[in-house]
Write a protein that binds this ligand. Structure first.
Ligand SMILES: [Zn+2]
Length: 53
């Protein structure tokens, strides 16, 4: 999963929001870690869930 630093949403690697954020503003973590941190799925890319992130 990809998380834009400073936000509370996780994204698939293919999410256009992640692509727009660039490399430096994005953190990579597993889905389990994202959910454990209380993050919620992005409404744009949630239909493109990945099993490994
Ligand atoms: Zn997204």
């Amino acid at each position: 999963m990809k998380v834009i630093i400073g936000t509370r949403r996780y994204h698939s690697t293919a999410c256009p929001l992640i692509r727009g954020a660039g490399e430096t503003g994005v953190e990579t973590m597993t889905l389990a870690s994202a959910e454990a941190a209380g993050l919620t799925s992005c409404s744009v890319c949630q239909h493109e869930r990945e099993t490994v992130g």
